[in-house]
Design a protein around this ligand. Sequence first.
Ligand code: FDP
Length: 327
Amino acid sequence: MIQFEQTIMNFLIAHQEKYSRTGHFLILMDALISAAKHIQYYYLTGALKGNLGLANAINVQGEDVMRMDQIAHEITIHYLKTTNRVIHAVSEEADDIIPLDAEGRYFIYFDPLDGSSNVAHGLPVGFLFGIAKRNLNGDEDGHLRAGKDYIAAGMFVIPTGTFTLALKEAGTWRFHIDDTMNYVRPVRIVLPEDKRGWELSFNAANQYTYARGVQEWTTENVKKYAFRYLGALAGDFHRMLSKGGMFMYPAIVNHPDPGKNRPEGKLRLMYEANVVSFICREAGGAAMDEKGIPILDIQPTKHHQRTALYVGSKQLIDEITPVLRAR
Ligand code: FDP
């Protein structure tokens, strides 16, 4: 007997029916899944095709653009255009907001290939996205949405083939890619309460550049839990979500070379921090910025805005929040 798996589309159709929602969201999700599979293909064959090198360009963040970053961006925009459902998109790889369809229903904020230091090695990277919906009951001014107003957020880990999707007030779900390139077998993800498996994840090389209280907290707590750091948000966050604990990218405020301080944080609010914070919230966790403000409450003023990030199990976020708020 053939063993059939529940596909992501079966799952999403059932979800939309359960909550009496429209099919528009399915059209958008189908496009994102097609984009992820297409990116996955380029990534897997990238070393042989010479796609894993630099593209000799600098992005809006002042970083080298990898050839794969451009490919992933182009693929995603192509599929989003085909939906006629997206008003505008914010991509890490584009300076400006990309207008797509004025009559569309959704806004999308995405990083098509996060974790660029892994690219040259063919190691895991992420395709991260957050989706918000237009105001259906009045005028829509297209303002940038806070994370709490996203309706869904997702993270494809490429080329591993896992997809983690959080749906507003409907949980966080993980899917795996099968031999027919279908994402299948939805499993609900809830952050584990058993502290014995918890992991802390941060760039240890930066530890002495953090604010004093954060340094003290990390020094004290790193002894209590396992420590892991891959250096690519998708991989590190994926582990933390499965094991519990906390991923943090604090503000750099005590660098010996003050020019290298990053008081505003490194990660991007709209398509990195909000995405993992939304996923984490739906899995029972929480997330704060450097001032102890919930990440999902931050109203963006710029589409490429950065933030510090503390995301993970609620207990650890509750422990570090007073340290953050004390300053
Ligand atoms: P990268 O610079 O390699 O693109 O968003 C950027 C990001 O990776 C995250 O994926 C990752 O968590 C973080 O930066 C790594 O930064 P450090 O190299 O400073 O640790």
